[in-house]
Structures are given as C-alpha cells and as structure tokens.
Design a protein around this ligand. Structure first.
Ligand SMILES: *Cc1c(COP(=O)(O)O)cnc(C)c1O
Length: 832
C-alpha cells in the first residue's frame, strides 16, 4: 500500500512502536494508538500484535514481508482491527510524521553535530520556555525512529519545535530532514563519533548538512573548518538564500564572541549581525561555553533580545543531567532518582523505567509541579493524572501548589503537600516499605532531601553501573550471533559484581532467552525479584532440589551421582503426590559434557549409559546439552577449542539419538562468540563481555565499560620527604608530597596487591599512585600533581582506568577485579 493511502489522521492518534509501552504521555487511550510493527535484528514487532489487540489497540501497520500464512491467519482472528500493510513500517511512520510536520507553520530548530545536541536542545527549551509553547525531542531521541516519535505530538498549541537529528550512516539525514523541516539550524560540533560509518569526515559533514537544505538560518562555529568549508561548497549551492550565522572567539566571523572568566563563571559577549549582548553563565569549561553560545545566538534569532531577560535566564542555566539512577533504599525499597528535566515525556520515560523494575513491589511516585512542559495547567495535570494511572502507580505524593490545586483530577491513592518540607515532616515516608519509589521533581523543590531520606547511608564508595553500556554490549554480542542463536546470560556471582536483580531486570526487559547462576539461592533471589526468564543453576546441591522445583529453576546435571539423586527425589515427590495431582511435568535439566576442561561434566565414554538412563526416565526433559571451552580467549588454544567442538558435537549427537528429540546445544562463552563465531550453535553463554571486558582482545573497541568504582577523599596532608605513610612504614616519601586518604580498602574489593604505587587512581583528570599498603577500609594516594580538595571524587576503576590493565598490574584477570567488589559497596545503576 502506498503511504498516501494510509488514511491515518496523525492528529487524532499516537504512534506506538514498542509493545511494552502501550500507553504514553498523551490524552489518548489504546483505542487511539497505531502500532507500527517494526522488524529489527533482535525483535519483530509483528509478534506482539495479538497481545496489543488484547490491550485494546486496534490499528496496526504491518510489513508484507513479515506476513507468513500463520501470521495472516492470526490477523484474521482480530475482527475489528484496522490493518495497513506496507513495505516498511518505519518508513510509513517517517512519512506520516513528515506529512504531519508540514501542517504547522511555526519556527522549528533542528540540531545536529557530533556532541552537545541534547544539551543545546535542553538549554534552549529552558531559556525559551516563558515565551513559547515548545515541543522537543525527549532525551536524545534523535534516530530514524526517535525523530518521528518526537515530531508526531506537535499540535496547534505549539509555537516552537526543537528537535535533534543524529545519524550513523550515509543517506540517513534525508528522512530526518523531511520530518523535522527545520527553519533554524544549529550545527554543534564535528568529531570522530560514527566516523566508521562514513568514507571520510567530509562525507559525514556533507550528510549532516542535508538537514539544513531548506532552513532559513544556520548557526555554527566557524572554527570547525570542515563544517565551514562544506557549508560554502555544498549547502550554499542547494540553499543559496540561507542566512549563515557563523561565530568564533579566535578568528573573524559573522558574530564575534568573547568568553571572559568572571566570579566563578564566564561572561559571554556576542557582537555582530545586528546583535550586541552580554550574559553571564555559571560555567567555565569550553564545551559548556560552546553550547551556551549556540543557545544564546539561537535565542536572539528567535526574537528574544531583551538583555535583562537574557541575563537572568542564562545565569540560571545548570548542567543537564540525563541520568536516571536506581539505588537501593532503606526498608527494602528501591529508589529511582530522576534528575532529568521536568517534562511530560521525561515523566513517561521514568515511569516506564519504574515499570521495568521488580513487579512484586509497590509502585510509588513522588512528583513535584512540572514547570517546563509548555502546556496549560488545565491540560497538563489531567494528562499527568491519566499517565500516572495508566502506568500503574499505586501511591502518589504530589508536592507543590499546582499539584495541590489539581489534586481532584488524580484517581490513584494520593497525598498532597504544598512544600517539600511538609512532605519530609509527614509520617507517611516512614511507612513506605517493599516499594519502588520514583522521585522526580523540578530543581527548585530540592528533592535531594527526599532521596536522602530513602537511601541507605553509605560510606560514599559506590560502584556505578551504566545500564546503557550493558544494553550496548548485549546488542554487540546479539549482532555477532544473529537472530537464530539464543542468548543465555551468566548472572552468577552477583552478575559479575554488578548486581544480579537489577541486571537481570534489564535483561528480562530486553528479552534475552535464558539466565544462569551458580547456586540455587541466587536463582531464588532472582525469582523473588520478579524475574520470570528460564534460569539454569550450574551447581545445585541436593538440599536445594525442593527449592529448584518450587521456583522453577533448571538444574545442570553433570554426574551419574547427581542424576540418581534427582531421580530419587522425583520418585519420592511423585509418590507423595499421587493422590492429589498427576506427577510433576517433566523437569527441564541441562546436561554438561566435559570436553577438556576436566572440571564438571560427563565424559564421552559415559554417554551410552547416560542416554539409556535418560531415555528410561522421561520425567526429566533435557532442555539443553552444553560444554565449556578452556581457552577461547587465546589464539594459541584455538586448535584445542576445535578439538573440544568436535568432541562436543559427537557427544551431543549420541545423546540426541538416545533421546529421540533435540535439546539446545551451546558451547561458546563471551570470548568464544568473538573468536569462534562458527561454533555458535543454538545458544551462547554470555558473561564478562556483557559487563564491559572483551577478553579475546580481538574487538575491544566494540564493548563499553560498565562499572565505575568511585570513592571520595576523606583527608589530605602535606608531608615532608623522609616521612612514611601507613602500616609498617612501607610508604616512604622521597620528596615533599600531598597525601590523600581514600574511603576504600581491601575489604571493599580494592586489592591489597595494588598498594605501594602498583595501583593508580584517577583524581580530577590526573592518575595518582597509591602510597604504602592498602588498609582494610582505607587507601592512601599521592596527589601532589593535582589541586584536589577533601571530598573530591576518585575513580578506582572505570572508563579512565581500565579494568584489564588493573588486573594485569597485579597478575590476575578482570573477572577477579569485577567479582571482588564487596557487597558492602553500594551499587548505583543509571541510564542516560
Ligand atoms: C561463567 C561461565 C560462562 C561465561 O564465561 P565468560 O568468559 O564470562 O563469558 C560460560 N559458561 C560457563 C559454564 C560458565 O561457568
């Protein structure tokens, strides 16, 4: 069907592309949703149509190529569904969004560039909020999918649009241009991000410039010579009437800019092209100043030119934090601390994150007045009330005069307070237990104090887990194995130190196929945290068999002794239960073959007896057969890996012929996926790679670090040459030095072998060596080369300090560093 024939009235409906987010921040219900079934590498939206139908969604855009006879049959069972069949659902979504955009004759700012897009967008919206009703991209929704979803909500009330556009490959900007149709462009920076997708930097700049081929004005920094050149070569040729506003601090440009340090901040002066203003911003780093200058120029172009107004608004700019943090709270609560900007789309995203967490806990929302939405309160608060009800919030605490005024529109159980202090003084906070609590407030409500009330006291040493990096890594390995191979993720040992329940929750959200733990109680803990994925338990003791059955955990079976114990256990079970109910359904087990590790598992010559035994006992169903490679990370062991593969294939086929059915077969761990992808079989077992270490070292750049271990400086001392630091006088100073004591020691997992300068930590951008021995709870470092202060943050490992290198320094492997971080160190999970 051609898009013109898609009679979808974009103003009356809202687009849905993720089946998990049926309801979104709009005035619409499921009946007004149109689901675009999109196929990606790992998911296929077509699989969820019936499920959505049951949730009352009635309009579906589907792809011809995805309609197998079974699926057509399935769709035919949905009598009053409206189904549009197209070649590409994504393209249909994009074209509808473009058509929708064309209806509005308002200024629209389009932002592209390698860095700074989101900050420029957020600041611009913040500065212009009093003058315009703004629709902007939520967070960094700037992709082929994110842009149409950002633009679609435009309506007659809006007087300004601000959208960002990001591309990673040639030919992507065309579509984004037609959806955004910017009248004012901002090209922030050009750097190396996504270089790999392009022939050259020039090509990337040229592609990005397509966003502005119909813009009236373009703002850019002239110092990026590649941008300036291509604008004159290419853009001017297709858009000769465009008004170029180049700016620079260090060379002639249309607008001359000056940055002058002034009482803790910077004065930005801007002169030329008819403008002459000065404002003060509370920043001094170059990136913030560059972003603020773009914002100032765009604000002027949009007609807000009163210097008093500008001064006041720019003085209030604050760093944009896009983090959503998940922390463990007191009284078995989980806390989501959302410091992101305060608008409806942000609230919707945060509520989705709330819903991703443990389903067995109560959902609590602490919410202040929303100040930056560009909506009238009469529309805003009813919309919030609907959203809060749809997302299943079970208790609301509303803070602020507006929340109080509109309290009658909320349908969920709620309490309202005029100020944050009033909330803090109420007893209600003490009564909240076993809940997930989302705390989301505008800055002026100082919700830090609410967060502090809920969060456990810590000694300020934290392991931060970047959930976006985890997702990135999962996708990297998924792409490697392709859609036909399942993924089992190893979450043993507290998910390699990262925190099992939270990591498992994310993996469940991303629909991995299996999880694996070492012991039954790890599996039980996951079930108690609402994890429903199949879970394999690698080392179950007989005392835990009852638990395994009750919690639907699937044991690994590696020996005849264990197999006998299981059969005995199940026989007893059955006899006990014969009167009440039929015997338990076949129990899924996983058979481990020993092909060379010589740790656990059946040897090849056991398989005849094993096959016969399993065939005679159909009460056990072999869900999978697997083995483990001993040296997939090192090239020198590849011949042995090949040998193991041959042996595994031989063993698993023997077993299959006895069983008469085919269990899943799996062999590869993280390094194996990269080094020996041809052995991926039916499933792979992903471990350390997910947690950010690419141990085969073949594609280290593809995996992002996940964990950052941080602490703070407790005390600083200036010591003289010849003095000593720490136990046994090991840290002898050869010169006068500034020594800082950190709130972390070997009991937290900072290995004692890192003492005496072996370890280096990151303080304000400088690597500082340890001094003397590492103590149980403290570590001393030499900070002579820094200007660090007491209370400053210190990074022990994480992006600037590679875990692989740290491990090498003390002759161990990254696995030990990761799993060594003590459970007393608080984990903080965040996503941008
Ligand atoms: C831990 C483990 C893995 C994962 O190994 P990584 O090297 O972390 O990817 C895979 N299989 C088995 C049996 C394991 O015990």
């Amino acid at each position: 069907m051609a898009i013109q024939e898609l009679e979808i009235n974009t103003a009356g409906v809202y687009p849905l592309t993720d089946s998990r987010q049926v309801l979104s921040a709009t005035k619409y219900g499921p009946a007004e949703a149109v689901f675009f079934a999109i196929r990606g590498e790992h998911h296929d939206g077509h699989r969820f149509i019936t499920e959505l139908y049951q949730k009352n969604v009635r309009q579906f855009v589907v792809e011809t190529a995805a309609l197998t006879p079974e699926r057509r049959h399935e769709l035919a069972q949905l009598p009053d569904a409206r189904i549009w069949e197209v070649g590409s659902s994504l393209q249909a979504l994009q074209e509808l969004a473009a058509r929708h955009r064309s209806r509005f004759n308002i200024p629209v700012v389009g932002i592209t560039g390698s860095n700074g897009k989101t900050i420029v967008k957020e600041w611009l919206a913040q500065v212009l909020a009093p003058d315009f009703r703004i629709q902007k991209s939520p967070k960094s929704y700037n992709s082929q999918l994110g842009v149409p979803l950002s633009v679609w909500p435009l309506n007659d009330q809006h007087t300004l649009g601000i959208f960002e556009a990001g591309i990673s490959k040639p030919a992507e900007m065309q579509a984004l241009q037609s959806i955004i149709q910017p009248t004012i462009g901002i090209f922030t920076t050009i750097g190396s991000a996504h270089d790999e997708g392009f022939r050259s930097r020039k090509q990337k700049v040229a592609e990005k410039l397509r966003l502005f081929r119909q813009a009236e004005t373009l703002i850019y920094r002239k110092s990026y010579a590649e941008i300036d050149e291509e604008i004159h070569l290419l853009l001017k040729a297709v858009n000769p009437s465009i008004r170029l506003l180049s700016w620079a601090v260090d060379q002639p440009a249309d607008v001359a800019v000056s940055w002058t340090a002034q009482n803790g901040g910077t004065r930005i002066g801007l002169e030329g092209a008819g403008y002459d203003v000065q404002v003060q911003v509370p920043f001094s780093d170059a990136a913030s100043l560059e972003n603020a200058t773009h914002v100032l120029l765009a604000t002027l172009v949009l007609g807000v030119t009163d210097e008093t107004v500008l001064r006041e608004r720019f003085a209030r700019l604050r760093p944009v934090s896009m983090r959503l943090e998940l922390k463990e709270g007191t009284h078995r609560n989980l806390l989501i601390d959302d410091t992101y900007n305060n608008d409806l789309a942000g609230l919707s995203i945060a509520l989705d994150f709330l819903n991703q967490q443990d389903s067995s806990r109560r959902k609590v929302l602490v919410l202040s007045d929303l100040l930056e939405t560009g909506m009238k309160p009469d529309e805003l608060y009813p919309a919030i009330a609907r959203l809060v009800a749809e997302k299943g919030v079970e208790l609301l605490m509303g803070i602020g005069p507006e929340m109080r005024r509109y309290q009658s529109v909320f349908t969920v159980p709620a309490h309202f307070y005029a100020t944050t202090d009033e909330l803090l003084q109420s007893d209600l906070l003490n009564e909240i237990t076993d809940s997930v609590i989302l705390v989301k407030g505008a800055r002026r409500f100082s919700f830090e104090s609410v967060v502090a009330r809920f969060v456990q006291k810590s000694h300020r040493t934290v392991l931060e887990i970047n959930l976006d990096a985890l997702t990135h890594n999962l996708n990297f390995y998924r792409n490697k194995v392709g859609p036909q191979t399942k993924i089992m993720v190893m979450v043993k040992a507290f998910a390699y130190g990262s925190g099992s329940a939270e990591v498992a929750g994310l993996l469940q959200h991303h629909r991995v196929d299996y999880l694996a733990v070492a012991y039954a109680d790890e599996g039980v803990a996951l079930r108690e945290n609402g994890i429903q994925l199949p879970i394999m338990v690698m080392n179950p003791a007989p005392e835990s068999f009852r638990q395994l059955v009750d919690y639907q955990l699937e044991p690994e079976v590696y020996s005849f002794r264990m197999l006998d114990e299981w059969l005995q256990f199940l026989r007893n079970e059955r006899q006990l239960k014969t009167d009440e109910q039929p015997g338990p359904a076949a129990l899924p087990i996983h058979i481990k073959l020993d092909t060379g590790m010589h740790r656990l598992g059946f040897l090849l010559h056991d398989l005849l007896a094993l096959g016969q035994l399993l065939k005679a006992n159909p009460v056990l169903r072999v869900a999978s057969v697997f083995s483990h490679l001993v040296g997939s990370d090192e090239a020198e062991h590849t011949p042995f890996s090949q040998e193991q593969y041959r042996e595994f294939m031989e063993g698993s086929s023997q077993l299959e012929s006895w069983l008469g059915y085919r269990p899943l077969r799996h062999l590869l761990n993280s390094a194996g996926i990269v080094r020996l992808p041809e052995y991926k079989l039916d499933m792979v077992r992903l471990g350390i790679g997910l947690y950010g270490v690419e141990v085969s070292k073949l594609e280290p750049q593809q995996v992002q670090p996940v964990g950052t271990l941080k602490t703070v400086i407790s005390q600083i001392k200036d010591l003289k040459a010849g003095e000593t630091v720490g136990y046994s006088r090991r840290g002898v100073l050869s010169r006068d030095a500034r020594i800082a004591t950190l709130a972390i020691g070997y009991a937290d997992g900072y290995d004692r072998r890192l003492g005496n300068g072996v370890g280096q930590v990151w303080v304000n951008g400088v690597l500082c060596p340890t001094v003397g021995s590492i103590c149980m709870d403290m570590t001393m470092i030499d900070i002579t080369e820094t200007s660090a202060q007491e209370g400053d943050e210190v990074i022990l490992f994480g992006p600037p300090v590679s875990i692989t290198e740290l491990a090498a320094r003390i002759g161990t492997i990254p696995y030990e560093i990761l799993t060594g971080v003590s459970e007393r160190v608080k984990r903080v999970f965040y996503k941008e």
